[in-house]
Write a protein that binds this ligand. Sequence first.
Ligand SMILES: Nc1ncnc2c1ncn2[C@@H]1O[C@H](COP(=O)(O)OP(=O)(O)OP(=O)(O)O)[C@@H](O)[C@H]1O
Length: 513
Amino acid sequence: MAEDSWAQAVDLQESGGISASVKSLSLRPAKEIPRASSSPPPPPPPSSSSPPPPQPPSSSPPPPSSSPPPPQPSPSSSTSSVKSASTAATAAAVSVSTTAGTESAVPDVNGSEVKPQSTTEDDEDKADSAEVSLLNKMIRTNLLVTEQDVEVKQRDPNSPLYSVKSFQELYLKSNLLQGVHKMGFNRPSRIQESALPMMLADPPQNLIAQSQSGTGKTAAFVLAMLSRINPDLNYPQCLCVSPTYELALQTGSVITQMGQFCPEIRLAYAVRGNRVERGVRCEDHIVIGTPGTLLDWCSKLRVVDPRRVRVFVLDEADVMIATQGHKEQSIRIQRMLPPDCQMLLFSATFEDSVWAFATKVVPEPNVIRLRRDEETLDNIRQLYIACDAQEDKFHAISNIYGAITIAQAMIFCHTRRTAGWLAARLTQEGHRVAMLSLCVCLCVCLSVCLSLCLCLSLCVDKTHGRLASCPSHPGGTPCRHAVSVCVSVCVSVCVCLCVSLSVSLCVSLCLCV
Ligand SMILES: Nc1ncnc2c1ncn2[C@@H]1O[C@H](COP(=O)(O)OP(=O)(O)OP(=O)(O)O)[C@@H](O)[C@H]1O
């Protein structure tokens, strides 16, 4: 959206309070929704490729179908946070000098956030936006405190604009307020100051809100959902759509924490693997899920009656539209909701495509936007050089080396190909350059595995085609398992090495940025 369309930039210092109608209540474990298979869903596999589901604090009851949902994570969810780190932070690092222009990863104020920039190179190296989002959530455990201006565009410009400086001003139910304080929230974050009064207003108002990761969006809409629930009504009153299984679980854990003193409120996960029988009504108050499964629950399976939903939250809208099919599925869910259902949409970024989607899903919205500051750490001086072409970047780096003394440096590049190109050019210039990339790591792993394989083959030869220690064939019977043993040992070693290398790469990148 054009900057000048933001008619109303608001100084939130001059804000008043708001009386929100709050009927909040409590949270207790949900009844299990009957599943297609009578056996409980298997726990998520303990593989490196799926992050562990968030654990509710010991003081809080487990979430509803609260044996966290399940299981066969979707293809998009089966990618690892470790991979996220390595791919998102950069595809490759060249140990030499300064960052290579716009292709480098951009750290946030905590030095932790990663945000990939799109280029046309090496698509396979690009980070999945959902992974990046999940990684940011996992890395960031504190609120990102910012003094940025909040821009507010009200649906009705004549209506008074409220913002709050304390949670008490929101007139929350006491057990909900207790949960907020138990989470260590003393006062609303910058975006919460103006978003919460709008979200809790009576009659309910629709909202599109954009602010960067870690500014308190999730906490804000969770509070709004918990506030709207009438626990005497045993059907879903709030739907929350997340782009992936893992992100849904993350939000679920915030609901569980914030509602820890509201045991009557129940939560269900509409995610792949949490199977329900057609026509069996869900009696939980909040359903959080991924677009496809949630759509099935609302339409095909008729587990949720969308006509009774009061609050619809669409989280991570920018990530959502990056996933094929999610946009359409979200719109189809939205179309089933009653006209007076409160629609809330959140996004960390606000490109035109996100805005177009947002306005399609959220009719007559209020809009809140938190401007993003330039982020720097005090002890780091950041400079940038605008380059028109890749070749210019090389010349810029050469000039820096010509102008100042640089003993050692690391250059982060977006793709392996760029890193290789830059390493070659710098080497030609007489610099001593080493290149580090996932590919190099994999080659090392592979060579280690091949040597191992060779050793095992030699062992097999020495015992005339048998493995002396084969438990299946003691006593020297010909062993056909020799090759499979070799292969499986190699594969496991390879996997272990890849994981550990990825972890160390991830850690070193985090430290470097
Ligand atoms: N008012 C508050 N006071 C203190 N901490 C807060 C407050 N609101 C949120 N937080 C904490 O700040 C961190 C980021 O909050 P939250 O996850 O809600 O932000 P977000 O904008 O949704 O970020 P993301 O998109 O990455 O999830 C969380 O650890 C949360 O517990």
